[in-house]
Design a protein around this ligand. Structure first.
Ligand code: PGA
Length: 272
């Protein structure tokens, strides 16, 4: 376990690392039950300390009730949440899901402003902010995604766009509310080409600086900032060694139980 001391990561700074699996539009509710059961077994088998590294899954809406039933019946130490939420209270919004509905399903988190929502559904910074407020109002921790496209990177460098996206949300976050930020360079998502740990650290540090400026040092010190974009078991350790990276939002590699479980147990191979 020499790797644990070499981690120097989030837990050393009082932030419990979070490894989050974004399933996107994969796995129906039956597959979700089998997956979460297997994941819990795999991690228990490996004696994973859930208090040291938190694990969360983000299944499609239609899976959430099944996941809730399983997690609560078997008292599984796995958190879960939705991949999106409506900014509105219940009412005439065909096809949308209210934050209060997710709260009833005991969702601990909700992903907001994922780049696929921003690009494919034209989600704006204002909508991301409104959804964040709705989640917080329902007692759900928003996991707010920010990140630059390849074109943004070329034109403005890595930090400018994610910073602007985060600042647009920070204005609406009430003091004292818990939230998580996921820095996901759009060019790294699903491409197999992750950012380098240094690159991700630089942006994460800038994002933390923006939180400090808007909400104070305590909020900045307590807020978890995740990296996302082609994270896998082979590269997670490098990210977790960075002082401002407190976990990962994992897409493709979160769909394989053994692969995801290996990412969660990065402390065992942090020296890799
Ligand atoms: P990826 O996706 O791990 O497949 O790159 C990350 C994400 O979109 O959250």
């Amino acid at each position: 376990m020499a790797g644990v001391t070499r981690d120097g990561g989030a837990s050393a700074r009082g932030r419990v690392p979070l490894i989050a699996g974004n399933w996107k539009m994969n796995l129906d509710h039956l597959q979700a039950i089998a997956f979460v059961q297997k994941l819990a077994w795999s991690l228990k088998d490996a004696r994973h300390d859930f208090g040291a590294v938190e694990v969360a899954v983000f299944p499609p809406f239609t899976d959430l009730r099944s996941v809730q039933t399983l997690v609560s019946a078997d008292k599984l130490p796995i958190a879960y949440g939705a991949q999106d939420v409506s900014a509105h209270a219940p009412g005439a919004y065909t096809g949308e899901i209210a934050a209060s509905f997710l709260a009833k399903l005991e969702c601990g988190y909700v992903i907001i402003g994922h780049s696929e929502r921003r690009t494919l559904h034209g989600e704006t910074d204002d909508e991301v902010a409104a959804k964040t407020v709705a989640a917080i109002g329902a007692g759900i921790v928003p996991l707010v995604c920010v990140g630059e496209t390849a074109e943004d990177l070329e034109r403005h460098g890595a930090s400018a766009v994610p910073l602007a996206q985060l600042e647009a949300v920070l204005e609406s976050i009430p003091k004292g509310a818990e939230f998580v930020v996921a820095y996901e360079p759009v060019w790294a998502i699903g491409s197999g080409q992750a950012a380098t740990p240094d690159q991700a650290q630089q942006v994460a540090a800038a994002l933390r600086g923006a939180i400090a400026q808007r909400l104070g040092d305590d909020a900045a010190g307590g807020t978890r900032i995740l990296y996302g974009g082609s994270v896998k078991a082979e590269n997670i350790a490098g990210f977790m060694r960075q002082p401002d990276i407190d976990g990962a939002l994992v897409g493709g590699a979160s769909l394989d139980v053994e692969g995801f479980s290996a990412i969660v147990r990065y402390q065992k191979h942090v020296g890799v």
